[in-house]
Ligand binder design. Sequence first.
Ligand SMILES: [Zn+2]
Length: 287
Amino acid sequence: MPTVLSCPLCSSKNVSLIHKGVRDNSDIDVYICQDCNIKFLSKFNHNDYEAGFMHLSTNTAKLSPQEHLKLCEEDDERRYQMTKKECSSRNVLDFGCGFGGYLSRIQAVSDYCAGVELGHEEREYLNSKGITCKREIDEYEEKFDVITLFHVLEHLEAPQLWLQKIALHMRWGGRLIIEVPNADDALLTLYENKAFADFTYWSAHLILYTEETLKRMILSTGKFRPVRLDFYQRYPLANHLYWLAQGKPGGQHVFNIFNEPALSEAYNKVLKTEKLSDTIYQIWERV
Ligand SMILES: [Zn+2]
């Protein structure tokens, strides 16, 4: 008997298959809800985050904390620059903090910062560096001024419940800062690049958000008010051209003749205006 799927956002059964298989599991498909437009996987597999799922390298050998931090360096620094104003002299919690590349930067401007992380090696590493990191958000008794979720929400099976729980740990007027991949990425929706779709759909990204579906998900909790709904482009024009030409990642290192700041800026601006950037960035106020 076929599985009857229902939408994780609006519970509608009016859902359609949009992609067969994901890159690491041919038994998991990608669906879209015809009523609210959210994309989600047919099966929510349990990945072993506790044992370090997020820092396995491609050949399944584990990366050291230093190797993993090096890989995340650019994103950590960008997130620090984007959030340092909101975090200045505040209590900050990074939910799903990994090895703490962001926390080790925000520590310089925040009043206090801490993390939540399922991976036990990550927690041990951070605590050894003097940054408090716990497995569960409920282990914290204090309320935070800022809670950040960088590429975390798309991994969560019941995002509304998690957002409710997070809201309980925030003070009134506090800021929730969320970054997720954009399900309306130009490579998927404008260029309809098959190779990219085969590559980007992944068993760990259970629910895939657009600006609208993320907004609807967060508003449904009744705990937050939007402050800033924005986009960011992580991968440059050269990366997109290479996907279109060769169907492979890493084009920013190959077609690097296009890595001209003015060209990138103009291209990224068009993507942002059209809401086709690869990354959604939103700030919400706890109300
Ligand atoms: Zn729906």
